[in-house]
Design a protein around this ligand. Structure first.
Ligand code: FES
Length: 163
């Protein structure tokens, strides 16, 4: 088994164990810890967590695979999630997607060879009032237009945080 919590997550995990009477309840926070530690959730990590929570690996997998925000394969440093649901679609998300795909040279669902960018299409990001909207890692970028998309991608290429 090639995964274990780093020191910080080990501490967090043990603190959470004291707060939750039922170990099952730690599944989601522990999956987040794994994802923040590794960038994704490997089978080794799921087996490790199953052991720590006294659950079966299938229990962990069924939860990790249910939520699209958990990555079961490696993703790029910047995971660009493009909302494809109605409000965003009506406000031009398809065009936004094409601009991002053309600029990065990959299609939705793919990762650049240098592992810097992944494009993911997702259902409603819950920000319909500010459509079209994308989410880059944990940061929302709203009211997008062509110019803003170009600026964001240029900034990310030069390692600046999106605004
Ligand atoms: S439809 Fe895109 S955020 Fe809701």
């Amino acid at each position: 088994m090639n995964f274990e919590f780093n020191e910080e997550n080990e501490k967090k995990f043990n603190n959470l164990l004291k707060r939750y009477p039922n170990k099952n309840s730690l599944t989601l926070p522990a999956l987040w810890m794994i994802q923040y530690q590794e960038g994704w959730i490997s089978q080794d990590a799921m087996q490790y967590l199953a052991k720590r929570l006294e659950l079966s690996p299938m229990d962990i997998y069924s939860i990790a695979s249910f939520y699209t925000m958990f990555h079961l394969e490696p993703v790029g440093k910047y995971n660009i999630q493009i909302c494809k649901t109605l409000s965003c679609m009506l406000r031009g998300s398809e065009n936004i997607k094409h601009i991002i795909e053309n600029k990065l040279g990959i299609k939705a669902g793919e990762t650049t060879k240098d592992m810097k960018f992944t494009i993911t299409e997702v259902e409603c990001l819950g920000s319909c009032g500010t459509a079209p909207c994308i989410c880059i890692n944990d940061d929302y970028v709203q009211n997008l237009d062509e110019q803003k998309v170009h600026e964001i991608l240029d900034n990310l290429t030069h390692e600046e945080t999106p605004k």
